[in-house]
Structures are given as C-alpha cells and as structure tokens.
Design a protein around this ligand. Structure first.
Ligand code: FAD
Ligand code: NAP
Length: 314
C-alpha cells in the first residue's frame, strides 16, 4: 500500500495552466501539490521557438517550461513526479490515485491535463509509428537530414513543423485536406515563401508506404478528396500534425463535457459541474489553445479554488 497525501489544493498537470495555477495557489498560502504527469512541462516541451509569450520576443518552449516549474517551486508548490491513473470526484476530499501507488486527497482540485497529439488512425500510420511516422518534428526532425518528408495538416502546428523540418530535409510536402490553411497568416506567409516547401491541397493521406527490413518509410499515397486520384510522394518521414485531443479520460463519466471531450466550465469561470473541481487550459479550451490563455485560465482556477477552500473551510 502506498502513502496517502492530503493537500488543500491538488493540481494535476504541469503545462502553462498547471504551473500558473501553482504560482497563484502557493502565493495564496494554500500549499498546493502539483502532479506533473508523464510530460513534465506539457506540450511546449516538444516545440522550439515560442514567439508569443509576453515579455519574451523569443523563448525556447522547453526553457520557458523549466522557468515556470522553478517559479512554481520557488513560491512554495510541492511538485511531484507522478501520473494520475484514476480520480474519484464523488465525494470530498477528492481522491487521485498515482501511478507510484500514492493516493492524493484534496479539498479542491485543479485539472490542467491539457491535450495530446491526434493520429489519423490508418493501419499503415500505426505500423510505422517510430519508424518514420511521428507527431513531433522537434523530437524527430534531425533524423531526416538530406531526406524528403511529408507533413499532414493545415493548422499552426503543421505549418510550424513544416518550416522547422526545412532545417534538415531537402523537401517538405504539406498535405492538407482543404484549399486554405487554418494557420495564422504570418505563419502562412513564411510557409509560402520557403522554396523547400510544396503544398498538396485538397488531399488526405491514404497510406504510408514502407519496407520491413530495415523497417522504414519510403513514401506516401495521398488521395484527392473529390476525384479520389492517388498521388505518390517519395519520402523518408511522415509528420502527423492534425491537432490534439483533450486529456479528459480521467473525468469522462464524472464531469459534464462538451463536444470533442473538452471539460465544460461555467462561462467566465473555471468551475466544472462538480463544486470544488476546476479546469484550466487546453483541457477545457477548444478555441484559443495557447500558452498564454492556458496560463490565464490557470490563474483563474487558482483564484476560484482559493475562494472555494475559504468558503468550505472546516
Ligand atoms: P499541456 O501543455 O498540454 O500540459 C498538460 C500537462 O498535463 C502535462 O504536463 C501532462 O504531463 C499532464 N497530464 C496529463 N494527464 C495527466 C495525468 N493523468 N496525471 C498527471 N498529469 C497529467 N502555444 C503558444 O501560445 N505559442 C506557441 O508557440 C505554441 N507552440 C506550440 C507548438 C506545438 C508543437 C504544440 C503542440 C502546441 C503549441 N502551442 C503554442 C500550444 C500550447 O503548447 C498549449 O496551448 C499549452 O501547452 C496548453 O497548456 P496546458 O497547461 O493546458 O496543457
Ligand atoms: P488545429 O488548429 O486544430 O489544426 C488541425 C489541422 O489538421 C487543421 O488544418 C485540420 O484541417 C487538419 N485535420 C484535422 N483532422 C484531420 C484529418 N483527420 N485528416 C486530415 N487533416 C486533418 O491544431 P494545431 O495546428 O495542432 O493547433 C492547436 C492549437 O495550438 C491552435 O490553437 C494553434 O493556434 C496552437 N498553436 C499555436 C502555435 C503558435 O502560435 N506559433 C503553434 C502551434 C500550435 P481543417 O483546417 O480542414 O479543419
């Protein structure tokens, strides 16, 4: 049997939302405990330059998250390296079971579990995951020096990944299912200005083609969304950048949810459908999904939790 640890405020997640909530909760003398999860620092740890974090015209994502962690710790947050496997929100104190065997109990809970990369679900995509198919150019781009790669998607992530990959690859083909991109205009301008990048409009990935020995990708088949015509593109790497799913499985049957699995919060607050449980960041936000908005919601969640704890003090 593992130990049981109680805190007034338990924060689950260590992205911008979790760490900001921790700074505020710690400064409110709530002695918060923050469980980091399997991705300490969250999504920004898999990117390079962040150019829209106020106060830094450019900061590396992993560096920013290390600074946030240090800030939260310096204010008095107890940061725990563990992953929450189950949550019981039926009664207070709330209970969270950690992978380490520790049970965390808390008077108020801040959920900041963020989001995870989405996959297309093609069997050939799964077959070559880790062998040429990736969802993280920052992690794997280096392997494609002097090779050709494909990126799938039309949002900021896809454009950013395509641009980043031109540092290594000889050619990057961006496959997008529509005839216009969702990405910010400034990102689009950079993409279109890059001679190494070609965009294949109105196409979806039909199949990843590769070899078994040694296992690796040799190309893709892309299908035109209207005509069904197949275009074959030789490449050594395929980067799937089609968005993210909120990490809400822990609370699926316990909290009111919105379409797409996002945790519902009362508009203008971080209050969920269970009093004392607050949600912040990409877990609840299908629209803005930015570091700064996640941090803002983390702040709101800590202030909402502080009020709740004060009102429900024994
Ligand atoms: P996340 O950053 O997703 O963090 C979630 C945290 O929850 C992680 O620490 C994880 O370990 C933890 N967790 C999950 N499940 C559990 C569990 N069961 N138990 C314990 N912990 C758990 N935004 C910008 O503003 N500027 C950018 O330049 C930018 N670039 C980006 C580049 C990429 C490649 C990506 C993917 C996103 C980018 N974003 C950018 C978006 C930004 O990263 C997110 O909006 C932001 O990180 C969301 O913060 P969050 O705190 O809600 O969650
Ligand atoms: P996103 O904005 O949701 O874009 C996902 C893209 O993938 C869309 O173009 C979508 O096409 C496409 N797509 C989705 N499902 C698909 C499928 N099954 N098959 C083919 N294509 C599919 O996701 P994101 O780009 O990961 O960005 C997530 C959030 O992080 C956004 O809010 C973004 O602004 C933010 N972010 C910001 C930065 C930055 O500020 N520098 C960088 C990265 C991410 P449609 O367009 O047709 O829907």
């Amino acid at each position: 049997m593992g130990e049981t640890r109680h805190s007034k405020v338990l924060i689950i997640g260590s992205g911008p939302a979790g760490y900001t909530a921790a700074v505020y909760a710690a400064r409110a003398m709530l002695q918060p405990v923050l469980v980091q999860g399997i991705q300490p620092g969250g999504q920004l740890t898999i990117t390079t330059e962040v150019e829209n974090w106020p106060g830094d015209s450019m900061v590396m994502g992993p560096d920013l998250m290390v600074r946030m962690e240090e800030h939260a710790r310096a204010m008095g947050t107890e940061i725990v390296s563990d992953h929450v496997m189950a949550l019981d929100l039926a009664q207070r104190p709330f209970r969270a079971s950690g992978d380490s065997g520790t049970t965390y109990t808390a008077d108020a809970l801040i959920l900041a579990t963020g989001a995870q990369a989405r996959w297309l679900g093609l069997p050939s995509e799964t077959a070559f995951q880790g062998f040429g198919v990736s969802a993280c150019a920052t992690c794997d781009g280096f392997f494609y020096r002097g090779r050709e790669v494909v990126v799938v998607g039309g949002g900021n992530t896809a454009v950013e990944e395509a641009l980043f990959l031109t540092n290594f690859a000889t050619k990057v083909t961006l496959i997008h299912r529509r005839d216009s991109l969702r990405a910010e205009k400034i990102m689009q301008e950079r993409l279109f200005a890059n001679p190494k990048i070609e965009v294949l409009w109105n196409h979806v990935l039909d199949q990843v083609v590769g070899e078994d020995d040694p296992k690796g990708v040799t190309g893709v088949k892309a299908r035109h969304v209207e005509t069904g015509a197949i275009t074959e593109i030789p490449c050594a790497g395929v980067f799937i950048a089609i968005g993210h799913d909120p990490a809400s499985a822990l609370v699926k049957d316990q909290l009111k949810m919105r379409e797409g699995g996002y945790v519902w919060v009362e508009p203008g607050t971080t209050r969920t459908s269970v009093p004392g449980v607050f949600a912040a960041g990409d877990l609840t936000d299908d629209h803005y999904r930015q570091a700064v908005t996640s941090a803002g919601m983390g702040c709101m969640a800590a202030l909402d939790a502080e009020k709740f704890v004060a009102e429900h003090a024994a």
